[in-house]
Design a protein. Sequence first.
Length: 198
Amino acid sequence: MKKNYILIAILFLISYSPMFAQRLVHYGAHAGVSVSNADAQAAYQDSKTWGGYTFGVYARIGYRFFAQPQIDYLTTSTDLTKKGANVNQAIVYGSLDYSMLNIPVLAGYKIFQSHDEKSNFRLMAGGAYSHILNVRNSSANLTKDDFNKNIFSVSAGLGVDIKYLKIDLLGQLGMNDFYNNPSGTRNRMVSLTVGFKI
């Protein structure tokens, strides 16, 4: 009988513990804008990147410390240029649009959390895998084969949850080549997304 009372007491404490009252897994979707810029390809000396868009889904697993894997689709437009004789002049030789699948896997910590645990301010860091899906509208004579199809990056960012609204700012720095030629062409990307969590 005494053991039964102890078991009931333990179950009661667990059920009312703030940690166990939280949901272990949240998930949702987000969309926003992205800017991706890479070092110029071999035939060009400079590149200027215009903004694109991104959307995807994510899961958040954990409590104060958490893991956040996500799958995003993004597009970017880029002008490739070659500098003229005058340092202030540049000739646009070509442009291209490309899309990629981006899979960040982040670990984070909620440095602030509301009493009801629905609002917070988060810091995140981790890695990402990106895969070039398509190259289109290219007047630069570049095709999908000119890109390294498998790109690995380091990621860092911050985020805010306000009830069921999620806002994330995430940056990525490529660790391997973006183009097949030349070597040393790193991709840099920043995205700002707004989404929901359930």
